[in-house]
Design a protein around this ligand. Structure first.
Ligand code: AMP
Length: 213
């Protein structure tokens, strides 16, 4: 099962991908998580990527395409994968298609999580993350103890790019660079649109229906 989760920043791609790992038994591949780990480790790629990420801009295609090319070769991807946050440009989608063709693989479904723009700013400014990968929201998905992760007990933090100025830039760039992928995958008969409003479980059930259907 080779899946892509598409949607604007704040649509809930990461939250849904984490639930899908258990349900489908395939790994989540998040370019955002991989880049944040590189930033934290201070690698040359991380130092370079941080400038773009903090400004709410996309990291250059060549960098993320290289990350995905390496990651897809790992053996845990043999049974399938959930791409979360990749591709984000038509050039990345073209590169992915070529990469998978060489591996004799293809994308099965592209799940497009649809959320109106006016909901996204509030979702992102209220988002709180844990280094274990869990994500919470100060209003819509509160941790049991304020500021503390329910899963591992560590202190939650706010992403550097979840500041209003960076969020606005990310939304503009989403519409300019990533939204054209909706047409790209519609033309290929792979797009499955899912309403991204409602409870996390409702959205998850909607996704499971389309990917299992
Ligand atoms: P995310 O966690 O998916 O919201 O990604 C956080 C940031 O990482 C994005 O705003 C971009 O700066 C960068 N990034 C993640 N995935 C990609 C990608 N596929 N192409 C370019 N930049 C990316």
């Amino acid at each position: 099962m080779n899946l892509i989760l598409l949607g604007p920043p704040g649509a809930g791609k990461g939250t849904q991908a984490k639930k899908m790992i258990d349900a489908l038994g395939v790994p989540q591949i998040s370019t955002g998580d991989i880049l944040r780990a590189a930033v934290k480790d201070g690698t040359p790629m991380g130092v370079e990527a941080k400038k773009f990420m903090d400004a709410g801009q996309l990291v250059p295609d060549s960098v993320v395409i290289g990350i995905i090319a390496d990651r897809l070769k790992e053996s845990d991807c043999d049974k399938g994968f959930i791409l979360d946050g990749f591709p984000r440009t038509v050039a990345q989608a073209d590169a992915l298609e070529a990469m998978l063709r060489k591996m004799d693989k293809d994308i099965d479904d592209v799940v497009s999580i649809e959320v109106p723009d006016e909901d996204l700013l509030g979702r992102l400014t209220g988002r709180r993350m844990c280094t274990c990968g869990a994500s919470f929201h100060v209003m819509f998905n509160k941790p049991k103890l304020e500021g503390i992760c329910d899963l591992c007990g560590k202190e939650l933090y706010q992403r550097d790019d979840d500041r209003e100025e960076a969020i606005r830039e990310r939304l503009v760039n989403y519409h300019k660079q990533t939204a054209p992928l909706i047409e790209f995958y519609t033309e290929r008969g792979k797009l499955r649109a899912i309403p991204g409003t409602g409870s996390v479980d409702d959205i998850f059930n909607g996704i499971m229906r389309v990917v299992r259907g």
